[in-house]
Each structure stands twice: as structure tokens, then as C-alpha cells.
Design a protein around this ligand. Structure first.
Ligand SMILES: [Zn+2]
Length: 462
């Protein structure tokens, strides 16, 4: 057996995790101080709006003074300018621009000892290195502690993250940043039937209070428990994140675990963006983020209208994220939520709907369900094709990190979201070169093609 605490014997992954946890521990005094400040602010809408205004003004001025990409814009600001008006003068920025101009988007006086660099492999296949200042992490963790407190979750709760796709063993650690939670993770990659029983037994023995993971991983866990002893006692909360939570999965999880499912919307660039309250509304983390909804030309839309979600990070000064186009679609509600939280409510639409897939029985499914599944994998380009026999072929131009495992997982996820067993829609994934896509005869890429009689044949990505 290999010795513990020998850094040379650790894999790259383990070294990364260890350094991450030490980093969280060092920041915890700050996290706790901010947690106390945010707790005082809770339930005071005016206080929240003032805080946003101050933070927005500070981050925009900082960008104009110290970040080359923004210094060049020629935008000027004096102390009296309204921060939201100033924000509207800033250009929107896309992931590809940030990836290419990363250094240009960083603070001139960046101090690497106060930052973490996060790699997003990205659903679009565009790798982005995002630099987040310690403060951004501190405020993200502090707002999470306030939220957990509100939901009655203890600081030192036990969290189980089951059935991770690429993991083949059981691992545990304590996460200082999230309030010294004890986290256990495991995966069943390449494991046999006897391992399944062992992991189910171990999960039971861990006695988790919270289950967290992608909808897919939690559904897999549910199936594992179904064949190995049934539901877990003592689970107080089921949290999903990272992919579209389809209504069927939400209902099945809630029924099996006997708890409502709390879904989160997050991305690596900014961390948690919005979390569901008990009333089911997605509340934006308004202390840290400002959200806008824009049309295809980047023009802001009023509340209630659906468009692309654009995010401004109010905290991160190392690599300010200002008017960042997420590629995700949704709307902001004009009315507050009945739960009493002052945080804005958003409705996540999960991407533009390029059309509808038809079932043999004449009913339809949104293509965006399939598109969302595809975009979670490192593909450079994709096209969803409904063939004349109703089957669905997804053509993908793979990014270098795309593997056979991606292909298998994607096929499984597609069958899942399209309900292949009920709908009779068969799915397959085919990797192709750039010449292998159906051509619309236009400049724009085409996301969706249908060869069903009477269906509109081509639909383009705007
Ligand atoms: Zn609410």
C-alpha cells in the first residue's frame, strides 16, 4: 500500500486537490467574516441594491484603469456617473474573445499568489483559462454558507457526490471553503457487480445529509440503491448541477429520496449563478453577480423577455468578467418571489431552441434538449440530424480532448433526454471532419437538420 502524505507519490489530480483544500483553509477566516456580513444583509432589498451599485462602480473603474482590453475602449468615468449607465457603455465579450485575449483581460498588477487559475474545457470546445481572485472565491463560498444556513444545513454536514463518470473508486475529503463539509465521492467506471454492492454499502455507512451531482449521476445512484437495499435514510437535501434537469428526472429523484430537488445554475468562470429556493424559483447570486438579458445584437431586453444571459462579476478583479455572453438563454422576472428573498429571479431556458424533433406518434421534443447534451462535450462543431425514419444522428467535429468515452456518454445522455425507450427515437453519434456536415449554403453553421417529410429542412444558429 502506498504511503500517505508523500507528495511525490501522489497523482497530479491528488496534488491539485490537496492544494485546493489548503487554499480553502487559508481563506476560511475571510469566508467566515463575509458570511457574517452577508447574514446581516439578508432580507434587506435596499441594502442589496446599494451593495451592487458600489461593487459595480468599483469593478468597472478598476477595469478602465488597470485592464488593457478596457483601457483601450476610451470609456471614461467620473465619480458621479451612474454605474449601470456606465456598464451599458461596455462591450459584451464572448468566450472565444476571452480565450484568445486572456492576458489583455487580466489586471496589469495581477499577483499570482492571490489568484486561482481555472481551466474550462468548455462545452464549445474553446479552452479558457479563467483567473479568479481569492476575493471572488471568498464571496462565492460566503454566500453559499448563508444559503445553506437559511436552508437549515449544518456547516459540517456530510455530502455525497455519487457515480462520477470518470472515477473508479471511493474518496473522501473535508472542504473548508464550504464550511468544513465532509465530502465523499465515488464512481463506478469499469467496476463490476460486486463493486456496485460494496459502493452502495459504503454510501449507506457514510450517512450523507446531502446528495449532490449532475442529474445523470444522481439517477445512476438511485438505480444503484434500488438494486442494493433501497433509499438512504437521513438524506435532507438533493442538489443537482451541471446539466439540464429534465422534469422526469426531477420527479423520479424527489420520489425516491423523499426530498424535493434543488437545482443550481453555475459555470466555472463565475461559480454559482442561481439556486432554487423552496418555492422553486432560481434566485441570482446578486451580491456577486449582475445579470442582463440581451438579444442577438447584444441589446438589453426588458424583464420578462427571453434572450441570452449576460453576466458581470462584481468581485473578480484579477480578470474582470464584464458583460460576458454565456451562450445560455433565459429571462429575468419582474416580480419578486413569494419566498421573500430580495434576489432577482431568473427563468433558465437552457439555450436557443433551433427546432423540434418529432416522435413517430406525432408529438414533438425541443431540439435544444439534445443540443444541451452535446454542448457538454468537447466538440468544435455539431449538427443534430433527424433522419427520415425518425432516428437522430448527431454529427460532431471533435475537439482534441474528445474520447470514445465522450461518444458513449453522449449517446446515453441523448437516449435519456429524448426518452428513446418510450419515444422510439434511436440515437447515434458520428464524428466527422469539417466537410462532413450538411450544408445550408449559407455562411452560418447549421445546428439542426431534419429529413422528415414536411419538416423544415434547415435551421441555422443565429
Ligand atoms: Zn424564492
Amino acid at each position: 500500500m502506498r504511503q500517505r502524505f508523500d507528495p511525490m507519490a501522489e497523482s497530479e489530480d491528488e496534488r491539485h486537490w490537496r492544494s485546493q483544500l489548503i487554499h480553502e483553509g487559508l481563506l476560511f477566516p475571510q469566508v467566515h467574516a463575509e458570511y457574517e456580513r452577508y447574514s446581516e444583509l439578508a432580507g434587506r432589498p435596499r441594502g442589496l441594491r446599494d451593495l451592487q451599485g458600489e461593487r459595480l462602480a468599483a469593478v468597472l473603474r478598476h477595469a478602465l484603469d488597470s485592464v488593457p482590453a478596457y483601457r483601450r475602449t476610451g470609456i471614461t468615468a467620473d465619480d458621479t456617473v451612474d454605474p449601470w449607465q456606465l456598464l451599458s457603455a461596455f462591450p459584451t465579450v464572448r468566450k472565444a474573445e476571452l480565450a484568445e485575449g486572456m492576458v489583455d483581460h487580466c489586471d496589469d498588477a495581477i499577483d499570482p499568489t492571490t489568484c486561482r487559475v481555472l481551466e474550462t474545457s468548455g462545452t464549445s470546445g474553446v479552452p479558457l483559462r479563467m483567473v479568479r481572485h481569492n476575493d471572488a472565491l471568498v464571496h462565492e463560498w460566503a454566500t453559499a454558507l448563508v444559503r445553506n444556513q437559511r436552508q437549515g444545513k449544518a456547516f459540517d454536514r456530510k455530502v455525497l457526490m455519487p457515480c462520477l463518470t470518470r472515477m473508479d473508486r471511493w474518496g473522501e475529503f473535508t472542504s473548508p471553503g464550504t464550511g468544513f463539509t465532509r465530502v465523499a465521492q465515488f464512481g463506478l467506471a469499469g467496476c463490476g457487480a460486486s463493486d456496485h454492492a460494496t459502493f452502495a454499502e459504503r454510501a449507506r455507512g457514510f450517512r450523507p445529509e446531502v446528495l449532490a451531482g449532475t442529474p445523470r449521476s444522481l439517477v445512476d445512484f438511485m438505480e444503484l440503491l434500488r438494486s442494493h437495499g433501497g433509499p438512504l435514510p437521513g438524506v435532507r437535501s438533493v442538489v443537482t448541477c451541471g446539466e439540464l434537469l429534465v422534469p422526469g428526472a426531477r420527479e423520479a429523484l424527489a420520489e425516491f429520496f423523499g426530498r424535493p430537488v434543488t437545482d443550481m445554475y453555475a459555470m466555472k468562470e463565475v461559480g454559482t449563478i442561481a439556486v432554487q429556493c423552496e418555492a422553486g424559483s432560481y434566485h441570482v447570486e446578486s451580491e456577486r453577480l449582475w445579470l442582463e438579458i440581451v438579444d442577438d445584437d447584444g441589446v438589453p431586453l426588458p424583464e420578462g423577455r427571453t434572450g441570452e444571459i449576460v453576466i458581470t462579476d462584481l468581485i473578480n478583479r484579477a480578470m474582470p468578467l464584464i458583460r460576458y455572453r454565456t451562450g445560455d438563454f433565459g429571462s429575468l422576472a419582474s416580480a419578486p418571489c413569494g419566498c421573500g428573498l430580495p434576489h432577482k429571479v431568473m427563468d433558465l431556458v437552457e439555450g436557443r431552441n433551433p427546432g423540434e424533433l418529432r416522435r413517430p406518434d406525432g408529438t414533438v421534443l425541443p431540439v435544444l434538449w439534445a443540443a444541451r447534451a452535446v454542448r457538454r462535450h468537447p466538440v468544435r462543431r455539431y449538427q443534430i440530424v433527424q433522419e427520415a425514419d425518425f432516428s437522430v444522428t448527431v454529427l460532431v467535429a471533435p475537439a482534441p480532448s474528445f474520447t470514445a468515452a465522450d461518444s458513449a456518454e453522449l449517446t446515453r445522455n441523448l437516449e435519456d433526454v429524448l426518452g428513446s425507450s418510450d419515444s422510439g427515437i434511436r440515437c447515434r453519434v458520428r464524428t466527422v471532419g469539417d466537410g462532413g456536415f450538411h450544408d445550408a449554403g449559407r455562411r452560418k453553421d447549421v445546428d439542426f437538420v431534419s429529413f422528415l417529410t414536411g419538416a423544415s429542412r434547415l435551421s441555422s444558429r443565429a
